[in-house]
Design a binder for this molecule. Structure first.
Ligand code: FPP
Length: 244
């Protein structure tokens, strides 16, 4: 709490994106199955969503399931999907009580039918909320996002709605799954690896990167406050020089 009070209120990142890594290792350290790590990871999701909303973050995007994660053993994929369904059931009331809008990015049609229908319901039920937007990336990858955008642009071009001269960065961004959202100001990865792993690769062009060895289930409000504090020390130049 003392840590949180030292944060500069005028310099809170508008959009924070997080790679929640380390659930498997957290479980292994305790000689438990990987799923225990994911289950405890859900508690960390709740804590960080709460912390972000309290700090005034406008968008929190969490990488819950990557395109590459489909290659994990079927039993783990199924368990992750059930965990997601349970979390949606449990958290819907809390999201609405806290004025949080829920949305997803990623290849939704690739998800099991039950997950798709749960997601549709919660997106609808929180659509009018005006506080923080919680974005869950599911069956998502940055290259998938860009490829899907370019495919749709080509379709629009074929139909005469678009020509090559219209294409600029803003237009391409408007075709991405994050259209309408600001780019992440702060990108956090837990679990010790120093990679961006195909997450929001277009959108993080100028994000501040923050890596921590803390495993996701251990990542709490205090760690989140530390990440914001570190962000507030950074000088963001966006390729320009500092003014004298
Ligand atoms: C990475 O840990 C974590 C995931 C692939 C899944 C994250 C999912 C959750 C936290 C739960 C569901 C999410 C929501 C939004 C309710 P890992 O398995 O790669 O860990 P490791 O690197 O230690 O093996």
């Amino acid at each position: 709490m003392a840590e949180q009070q030292t944060l500069q209120e005028h310099n809170i990142p508008q959009h924070v994106a997080v790679i929640m890594d380390g659930n498997g290792r957290w479980a292994k350290q305790r000689r438990l199955q990987r799923m225990f790590g994911h289950r405890n990871g859900v508690d960390a999701v709740r804590a960080i969503a709460e912390a972000a909303a309290e700090q005034g973050v406008k968008y929190l995007t969490l990488y819950a399931f990557s395109t590459e994660n489909w290659a994990r053993p079927k039993i783990e994929v199924n368990a992750l999907m059930s965990l997601l369904v349970d979390a949606i059931d449990k958290e819907e009331v809390t999201l609405n009580r806290n004025n949080i809008k829920f949305t997803t990015i990623g290849d939704a049609p690739a998800l099991p039918q039950k997950v798709q229908s749960k997601l549709k319901n919660i997106i609808r039920s929180t659509a009018k909320n005006t506080g923080m937007t919680l974005v869950i990336a599911l069956s998502y990858s940055g290259r998938w996002d860009i490829t899907t955008a370019v495919r749709q642009m080509c379709r629009d071009a074929e139909q005469g709605k678009l020509s090559a001269a219209d294409v600029d960065e803003a237009l391409l961004a408007s075709y991405l799954s994050t259209s309408g959202m600001p780019d992440p100001d702060l990108f956090i990865r837990t679990g010790g690896d120093l990679r961006v792993s195909n997450f929001l690769i277009w959108q993080i062009a100028y994000s501040e990167l923050y890596f921590t060895p803390v495993l996701w289930p251990d990542f709490g409000k205090q760690h989140f406050a530390e990440a914001i504090k570190e962000f507030q020390k950074r000088e963001r130049r966006f390729g320009r020089v500092t003014e004298e």
